[in-house]
Structure formats: C-alpha cells, structure tokens
Ligand binder design. Sequence first.
Ligand SMILES: [Fe+2]
Length: 324
Amino acid sequence: MKRREFFKWSVIGLSTMAASFPAYANAETKKTWNCINNSNDTETIIFVPDLKESVSFLQISDSHISCDDESDTEYLPYSKRMGGGSVTKNRLDFFDKLLEKAKEKKVDFIALTGDIINYPSATAVKTVSDRLKQSGIPFLYTAGNHDWHYEGMEGTEEELRKKWIEKRLKPLYQGANPMCSSIQVKGINIVCIDNSTYQIDEHQLEFYKTQRSQPEPIVLLMHIPLYMFSLDIFSCGHPDWNEKTDPYYKIERRLPWPKEGCSDTTKQFVREVWATPKLLGVFAGHTHQARTISVSSTNGIQHIAGPALNGQYRLIQIRHYKPQ
Ligand SMILES: [Fe+2]
C-alpha cells in the first residue's frame, strides 16, 4: 500500500445528539457481529467473517522516552522529575527494536497510543519522528497524558494539551486532527480519540457517533483504557474518578481531577463505544500492565498494551474466517 493512499483522513462529520442512555451498562447492542477474538499479553488475533483482506498492526504505548539537548534547558524546571536533561538510551533502544519488529512482521501500520515521550521537548519529538520516518512504516499517533505535560506549568489540562500539541507534537499527527481522526485500512475503520485528560468533549463524542454509524468495523485507539467493570480509577469514565481520588496531582504538579468527576459527554462516550455493533476492539495503554478484558453484556473487548519502556508491545492481526 502506498503511503499517500494510507493517509487519507476522513472528514469529520457531525450528527445530531441521540437520546442519552440511562445507565452505564446494558447499552443496546445488536448481536449481528460475530468476530472471534484471541489474545494474550503480546498478541491479539481477531477473526472477522466478511473481511476481504487481512490487516495487521503493531501497538507501541508508554515508551516514556526523555531526550534533551542544550536547546531544552529552559524547560528543565518542568521536566526534571521525568528525566529532564538526560537521554533514556535503553528506552530508545527498545523503541528501535520495536520498529524493527514492525518491519519484520510486515505490519500495515504502527499504532502509537500515547506516553511515547515523557514531556514535549523539541529534541524528544524530533528523535522519535525521525526514527518513525526512517522506518518507512505508516504510523498513527494519539497522545498520552505525559506527551504534552511539563510539570508545574500553569493552565488547565485542556489548555496545556492544546498548547504543546500545537507547539511540539504536531509532526506526529501528520495532518490528522489530534483530538479525533479516522482512517480506512483495507475495509477497517481505525479511529483515534485523544482521552489523555481522562475526558471526552462533545465534538469527540459526535465524531465517534458518526464513525459508529459507518458500515465498516471499528478499531479504536486511545491512551487511557475505557472504564469497564474490574478496571481501577485510572480508566476513562470511572464513576469514582474525581478530585478526592486523584493520587498524583501533587507529584505531577498539575491541577487535580475535577470535583464533579468526569463529564456527561465522557460517560456517554463510554456507553456509545461499548454499544458499538461492529467494534473489533479498543486498544489502550497507560496502566503499564498488559491485559485483555471483555464486557459481557455487549461485544466490547479492550486490550491494554504493556509498556514499550521495557520492550513490550502488542501485535494485532485481523483475519478473515468462514463461519461454519
Ligand atoms: Fe499515561
């Protein structure tokens, strides 16, 4: 597949708001979709009944690379705790090895699901972008909570994310909308949504609803896992997520999570995703612990990749099968 063909971003369409669901669980799901999902900590194979071509991708999450030179010195007061002023050589080596693996496995693309770098230094962004470009493999990127975070800077999470995406991270998006984007790869709709503040805004919710209404099956890429029963507070849409349960805001020198918890649009987004009729899977990172969890009342399955900072990854293969 030619690179140019791969990167045709879909136009963001808006639809009117659907009536809100009364509760988190038990969202209506049509049981018309029978994909088979087989997974362990590093590999996921999804069998899809009416797929024409196989698709594969390598997920890289949480490589947490720090990489500075003299030009980043003025930001040292904001990056010191996360390794500012140093280069995490071993993590860069792991990153290189994973790019090699992607090449060796001949994947269609690499999915970078956030916390690729520890803070948005110009040197780190350039180092990572150069390596990705040199690999020649198409890649998709969605940010994690560390990628845009300089600790101790004034501003809300939303303001700081916007500022540092614009100022530093932009090359990693290659023209895609950083907040929400989608791309068709061999008949599969790969959707990226930024939930690195743990929140989903109205525009992102509308964007997802539009994607959900398309006929193609969906792969959803995000940094923070979506709330499902058995996931802890570090998941997006958790009912107990609020100022009182935020353990790290002082250490990370940022504003605490909001008093009122997550927004209605965030809660509705979670319900919309788990009620998506043709959802092949949600692929997230953030918790640094590889696992696969399913929502029993719907067809939702979520995979969390282990951290690339010690060489972990997830290889995803989506293949055709013939129902018996
Ligand atoms: Fe994270």
